[in-house]
Write a protein that binds this ligand. Structure first.
Ligand code: GDP
Ligand code: IMO
Ligand code: MG
Length: 429
């Protein structure tokens, strides 16, 4: 029986973790955020309603117990704002639905100031979300930071709302596991943004990988039953850093601007992109994914850089996390593309390798080696089972399984809950 599941990102974030956590949360008792802060942006669509979470776990809309655990960094102003937004939407937020770890660290105004990409060349180079994440984690590691337990003793105006929610969460989590409760660990960011295993220095300042779920909560490795990695059917990245399968350049993507620039003529842009994509124009292949997948940041509205599925990076990510299965999201986005590519190896210095390259300077220079597969034109957003998918989509997914060396447990063909296909429920609740 599966009692504890870690859901984490296998790529550079925004894989659709929020949607998958929401889907699995129905059967969970406790949902826990273990790393990162409000640099995360998780969009959950239920019926006609869209919920955006930055800090509070996506389980809150199920009325489950949600925990912001010790591995996270908490901006009190943002936390209070999210609580109030949820309350205004009719959700009950109290110590029965939301608990904050006394050991989580506090993002202070000075951290945010230091991390402003408009003012700091370093933050700009990394392309940070500007939320003070890096400076806050730096102070934590330097032992000069402020834990939430200390913050709630201050006279800040946000204390009143937060103080009743603060607990020593490691006991609550371990007691819940010991009493047979079902626990979902909600990852933020992605494996390739991990401070240790990602494309350093173009990474975040925490461990989104599976180790972060342990240190970030105080749970031992033997208590974790499943590690589910979420991947898009292609790849995206927001912010700077190497991206081997990128289509078009970072500059071209950024020049398109935020979603508001595109929205008024969305349909025309989409039609033009598909036409040019199928004529073989690489920039437009990427632009088509960006438009069809609405690849604009939940946190900053920035356009996301797009590219083909990177099988080398994905296989690495499966290994780093010991994933027990993988989830493929946004399969619907590839609809209409006549040819689809998968990167199966990198070429570097005249040599071919199927291993990820950890040195970012070298990674920026690799040439992806592609395998090409025929696409499909059918709208798959309403499909309810693997067998109903078009043959070319099924073949594409089977090939992803082979390349990643992992079984697919769930396929997502749209943002809504009912657009979720469970292929193999062995490591799910
Ligand atoms: P997260 O950070 O991993 O939780 O992902 P985000 O929420 O930042 O970005 C994923 C976006 O894709 C959200 O807007 C989701 O509503 C949307 N989404 C999730 N799964 C699918 C899918 O299968 N198809 C489509 N078209 N959109 C999806
Ligand atoms: P979710 O949970 C995508 C990226 C930023 C930047 C780098 C460092 O929604 O998947 P930071 O503000 O963390 O210091 O920025 O990491 N980044 C994300 N990219 N999704 C996220 O979260 C991200 N959180 C941070 O764009 O490149
Ligand atoms: Mg996101």
């Amino acid at each position: 029986m599966v009692q504890t599941i870690v859901v984490l990102g296998g790529q550079w974030g925004d894989e659709g973790k929020g949607k998958i956590v929401d889907f699995l949360a129905e059967k969970a008792d406790v949902v826990i955020r273990y790393a990162g802060g409000n640099n995360a942006g998780h969009t959950v669509v239920v019926g006609e309603k869209k919920y955006k979470f930055h800090l509070i776990p996506s389980g809150i809309i199920h009325g489950k117990l949600n925990i912001i655990a010790n591995g996270t960094v908490v901006d009190p102003e943002v936390l209070v704002h999210e609580i109030e937004t949820l309350e205004n939407m009719g959700f009950k937020v109290d110590e029965n639905t939301l608990i904050v770890s006394s050991s989580a660290h506090t993002i202070l105004p000075k951290h945010r100031e230091e991390d402003n990409p408009a003012k700091s060349t370093h933050a700009k180079k990394i392309g940070t979300t500007g939320r003070g994440i890096g400076p806050c984690y730096r102070d934590k590691i330097a032992r000069t930071g402020m834990r939430i337990s200390e913050y709630v003793e201050s006279d800040s105006r946000y204390v009143e709302k937060i103080k009743p929610l603060v607990r020593d969460t490691c006991y609550i989590i371990n007691d819940a596991i010991d009493s047979g409760k079902r626990i979902l660990f909600e990852g933020a960011q992605g494996t390739l943004l991990d401070i240790d295993h990602g494309t350093y220095p173009f990474v975040t300042s925490s461990n989104p990988t599976v180790g972060g779920a342990l240190t970030g909560t105080g749970v031992g490795p033997k208590k974790i039953d499943s590690v589910i990695g979420v991947f898009k059917a292609y790849t995206t990245r927001v912010g700077g850093g190497p991206f081997p399968t990128e289509l078009g350049t970072e500059e071209q993507t950024n020049a398109e601007g935020v979603w508001e620039n595109i929205e008024p003529e969305y349909e025309e842009h989409l039609r033009e992109a598909l036409e040019k994509a199928n004529e073989g124009d690489e920039y437009y292949q990427g632009k088509y994914m960006r438009l069809k997948g609405k690849e604009y940041g939940t946190t900053t509205g920035r356009p996301r850089r797009t590219g083909w599925f990177d099988g080398v990076a994905a296989k690495y990510s499966v290994m780093i996390n010991g994933m027990t299965s993988i989830v493929i999201t946004k399969l619907d986005v590839l609809q209409g593309l006549k040819r689809i590519k998968i990167c199966t190896a990198y070429e570097f210095d005249g040599k071919k390798t199927d291993r990820f390259i950890l040195d970012s300077k070298k990674l920026a220079k690799v040439k992806p080696v592609y395998e090409e597969m025929p696409g499909w034109d059918m709208d798959i957003s309403g499909v309810k089972s693997f067998d109903e998918l078009p043959e070319n989509a099924r073949n594409y997914l089977k090939r992803l399984e082979e390349i990643c060396g992992a079984r697919i447990s769930i396929i997502s063909g749209g943002p809504r809950r009912d657009q979720t296909i469970v292929v193999d429920g062995k490591d799910l609740f």
